[in-house]
Design a protein around this ligand. Structure first.
Ligand code: GDP
Length: 363
């Protein structure tokens, strides 16, 4: 058969009759509310139904610097609060390269597939403010988990002080719990102050360590080890198994030198391999054992209550500070006083007092 293009009548263009041009705007959307029309109740209802889109939008509001967003977010948190708390919150730390993402991926999949849990992975990343991008909680780092409908992964909030970022993460925990997530991971890099912030919002603090570097105990900050409820030595696979076991023994010995933690629980040390998925069940068993132990002796509730108290004061401090530094003219006054201090014209204490006096008078 001849191809139609060879026909002299052929114009290269066919106009079909009878097919209506579809409207540019999806007609089915017309009855739906846009995000900015949502009331706190709309958000809270959506979250409680486990609607992940609405949960993400609420977290975005919470992270926003705009005052009206903040007010709305706080109202949503208020509504979600009665439905929160029913989860196991686990803090995870370790130096870059320790295997946090590999382990969270494998551990998370294990919890979802084998234990029927719903998992939210949050992060506190102090470097994200500088780099304007979070290195933690990034979905591409947790490949399998990011495809799981029962996992919610959220990178670190990026703007603000560590205290501000941590507060937002803590509030995100509340929203996630109200949305039905019964297991919360809060990840951080084991290099600075952020561990203290994570420790102040979790039930169990897990430290990922490496073996085979030869200087096991030198690199660890004492404070971080003291906070840990469990230490897990990663990469216990291949030629590395003996070294990992040796490192675990060294950590156990080191832990004996610390006073007994207030929980009454002697921190455990385990070896595992995130990459080869070995020893993962034992980690979850350890967490469960700890939760049961601290629920029996009352420490679980005590820790949560102390954390609530801590966050009340943290919020007050943060807001007071924000208010002070954002008072009109304060920036110019601060710069002027700073210069006077630098020129040794006035003492730091006097400068501070004068600024604060001015602030309180302006109130
Ligand atoms: P993070 O920076 O702490 O998140 O660490 P990653 O999870 O990105 O891991 C750093 C490197 O260690 C990657 O190349 C991983 O493939 C590797 N790794 C992670 N877990 C294991 C493990 O159990 N065994 C071995 N041999 N390598 C691992």
């Amino acid at each position: 058969m001849q191809h139609p293009e060879n026909n002299p009548q052929y114009k290269g263009l066919n106009v079909n009759k009878g097919i209506a041009q579809p409207p540019i705007i999806n007609p089915y959307l017309s009855g739906r509310k846009r995000r900015q029309d949502y009331s706190p109740d709309d958000f809270a209802d959506g979250i409680r139904k486990g609607n992940i889109t609405i949960l993400s939008q609420a977290v975005t509001l919470l992270e926003s610097q705009k005052e009206d967003h903040q007010a709305l977010a706080q109202a949503v948190i208020e509504k979600c609060l009665p439905f929160s708390g029913n989860s196991v919150r686990i803090g995870i730390t370790g130096v870059p390269g320790a295997g946090k993402s590999t382990s969270i991926d494998v551990f998370g999949i294990h919890l979802i597939k084998e234990k029927n849990r719903k998992l939210a992975v949050l992060a506190i990343d102090p470097s994200s403010e500088r780099s304007k991008g979070s290195i933690l909680g990034d979905k591409t780092r947790m490949e399998e988990l990011s495809r799981e409908p029962n996992a919610f992964i959220r990178p670190s909030p990026s703007a603000g002080s560590l205290g501000g970022v941590a507060r937002k993460t803590r509030e995100t925990i509340i929203l996630c719990e109200a949305a039905g997530f019964d297991t919360i991971f809060v990840e951080t890099v084991g290099v600075g102050q952020s561990e203290t912030a994570v420790h102040s919002m979790v039930d169990f603090f897990l430290l990922i360590q490496l073996a085979g570097t030869g200087d096991e105990l030198q690199g660890i900050k004492r404070g971080i080890m003291e906070m840990a409820d469990g230490i897990i030595v990663n990469k216990a696979d291949g030629n590395n198994i003996d070294r990992a076991k040796l490192a675990a023994a060294q950590y156990r010995n080191a832990l004996h030198l610390f006073p007994m933690p207030p929980s009454g629980w002697a921190p455990k040390v385990l070896t595992y391999s995130g990459y080869f998925k070995l020893g993962i069940t034992e980690i979850w068993e350890m967490v469960n054992e700890y939760i049961a132990f601290t629920k029996r002796n009352g420490y679980f509730d005590f820790r949560r209550n102390s954390q609530a108290k801590y966050w009340m004061y943290e919020s007050i401090n943060e807001q007071l500070k924000n208010h002070f530094y954002h008072t009109p003219d304060m920036e110019t006054l601060l710069a002027a006083k700073e210069q006077q201090v630098l020129n040794s014209e006035i003492s730091s204490f006097k400068a501070a007092k004068e600024l604060l006096d001015k602030y309180f008078k302006a109130e």
